[in-house]
Design a protein around this ligand. Structure first.
Ligand code: ZN
Length: 165
């Protein structure tokens, strides 16, 4: 079930999330809610558990069909994800459902390797580049209580959205 998105300023978005200890029914329900929440917003390419008010290290990403995507793994469920390689940074524009009024320029690695458990508890190694790499880093940041606002390259590189949705 899609859940309301928490907005910047709410404590759950600004504190580190806890590791998932066991992939039990409650955790799988969070995964399903994350996927439903991502699907409910047509332009969303990812959602992290803190954004739906859950302080656990779980995120989902799906850049399918995005014009800026190069690598594309389809729907990714990431439990306890870790960034194991991040290289070749480049600046690009980002937005976030938790910050509906603003976009900003953020430097991110354009090539990453992420290790995470999938929804069955099986370890997966994801090598991604370009837009998918950016989306992964953005969602992993949420699990550390970091928003793109905290990483904008300069104060004058933050922009007000003309229209949201
Ligand atoms: Zn976000």
């Amino acid at each position: 079930m899609a859940r309301p998105i928490r907005l910047v300023g709410e404590p759950v978005l600004h504190e580190p999330a806890r590791p998932v200890a066991e992939l039990d029914a409650a955790v799988l329900a969070v995964v399903d809610d994350l996927l439903a929440t991502m699907r409910a917003t047509s332009h969303s390419v990812g959602v992290a558990a803190p954004q739906i008010g859950v302080g656990l290290r779980i995120a989902v990403v799906d850049v399918t069909g995005h014009p800026k995507a190069r690598s594309c793994h389809g729907e990714l469920v990431l439990v306890n994800p870790e960034l194991v390689l991040a290289e070749h940074p480049a600046v690009g524009r980002e937005g976030c459902m938790s910050v509906p009024d603003l976009t900003g320029d953020v430097a991110r690695a354009t090539h990453v390797v992420v290790r995470a458990l999938d929804r069955d508890g099986v370890e997966q190694i994801i090598e991604a580049d370009a837009f998918e790499a950016r989306a992964l880093q953005h969602e992993l940041d949420h699990l550390d209580g970091t928003l793109f606002l905290d990483r904008v390259v300069a104060a004058d590189r933050l922009f007000r959205r003309k229209v949201y949705r």
